[in-house]
Design a protein around this ligand. Structure first.
Ligand code: PLP
Length: 390
């Protein structure tokens, strides 16, 4: 068995997928030319970018590859979507923005920015799984003056999947526009053609086997898309800055694999079965243990498990010593020990929220690794709460 720690934190970031580094390497060495250069030498670089755009478009459910713009990752894509809907300030009475109650901090940060520019931001209520009911969205829209709504497709902490059926109809009927944060979807669950009828959709490469610092924004009306980063004329004059060519090529390769994985039903089921095995073994061994958001659809790789009486603050360093890497929720909050805001929004009490651990499996995670991870957790539990294990 390898001495490398068991990695159960794929929702935070993933290792490069097979073939990604090899595909990128030439664009860091021989084919390093600036794609904006008029030279013939740079032509293969431009061709490689467009090839990656086609693979990314297929992953995102885009009808045309020119609906895809490359960005530096999920946070930039989300901010670009907010900018596209809100720039210029509130239009007439349309001064309201709605975001889900269990959104990633990137969305909360963008909403905060636009509240400072005169928009009124409402956080829409979520249920015990962190999901938003269509009826609650409708009530929010019925109050009028809504410019923009941003909703998470799959929660990074619990894995809960939002049912987005009917959202497009309701939002468009209210004259508003909307964005889907699909950062945790690629490779785990298919993104339907037309991207649920959303105006914008965001993804981030490092969550599915591409490098960090590359992502994409899908824009349904890409011709109308305003420029959010003024500079050179890159990305159809909408996002200035010399392209991260190697990152884009890596994104294209990872996107193709992620699409194939997500569309492979038996493979998804096998992945979920491994996750279920982890959950059932843990819950059988640790008194009072339970899984958050287990009552509804979830992406197949994620579990957020409460181990009562064991604050993650103490448990995480202990399991890391034992050779297991996991997290207490969003990686962006890992240095601040506070209960997960996602769990609090779902109505979990702060004590249970603080005693919760997110384990996220990768596409190559094996049953042997799952069983070893469970053993490490049970040992750590026995050490911290002697006499309790069953
Ligand atoms: N949205 C979700 C759901 C995420 O999980 C993350 C990253 O953790 C982001 C947005 C931000 O993505 P990035 O790290 O690429 O900026």
């Amino acid at each position: 068995m390898s001495d490398a720690p068991l990695y159960f934190d794929h929702n935070a970031t993933s290792p490069l997928a097979a073939g990604v580094f090899e595909a990128m390497r030439p664009y860091l060495q021989e084919a390093y030319h600036n794609p904006s250069s008029a030279s013939e030498t740079a032509r293969p670089v431009r061709v490689a970018i467009e090839e990656a755009r086609r693979a990314t478009a297929a992953l995102l459910g885009a009808k045309r590859s020119d609906q895809v713009r490359f960005t530096s990752g999920g946070t930039e894509s989300i901010h670009a979507a907010f900018f596209s809907a809100c720039h210029g300030g509130p239009h007439g009475n349309r001064r309201r923005i709605g975001i889900g109650g269990a959104e990633h901090s990137a969305t909360q940060g963008a909403a905060q920015r636009w509240s400072e520019a005169g928009y009124r931001v409402s956080t829409l209520p979520v249920d015990g799984r962190g999901c938003l009911a269509l009826g609650d969205l409708q009530s929010f829209l019925d109050e009028g003056d809504v410019a923009f709504v941003s909703i998470l497709a799959a929660n990074n902490e619990t894995g809960a999947q939002q049912d987005l059926t009917g959202f497009a109809e309701a939002i468009v009927a209210a004259g508003a526009r909307w964005h889907v944060d699909a950062v945790q979807m690629p490779g785990k669950s298919p993104i339907p053609e037309g991207a649920w009828g959303a105006h914008w959709l965001s993804i981030s490469g490092h969550k599915f086997g591409a490098p960090k610092g590359i992502g994409a924004l899908y824009s349904a009306d890409s011709d109308q898309q305003p420029c959010w980063l003024a500079g050179g004329g890159q990305e159809h004059q909408q996002r200035g800055g010399t392209e991260n060519v190697a990152g884009i090529v890596g994104l294209g390769v990872a996107a193709q694999q992620a699409r194939e994985r997500a569309e492979d039903g038996p493979r998804r089921a096998a992945w979920a079965a491994l996750r279920d095995r982890l959950e059932s073994r843990l819950c059988a061994a640790i008194p009072g243990a339970y899984v958050h958001a287990s009552g509804g659809p979830r992406v197949p790789n994620t579990t957020f498990v409460c181990l009562p009486g064991l604050p993650a603050e103490f448990l995480l360093p202990m399991i890391e010593q034992g050779g297991l890497l996991a997290s207490a929720g969003s990686a962006c909050d890992a240095t601040h020990w506070k209960p997960s805001p996602v769990l609090l929004a779902m109505g979990v009490d702060p004590e249970h929220a603080s005693a919760s651990l997110r384990l996220s499996l990768g596409p190559e995670t094996t049953q042997e690794q799952v069983d070893r991870a469970v053993e490490i957790l049970i040992q750590a539990h026995a050490w911290l709460r002697p006499g309790e294990a069953s």
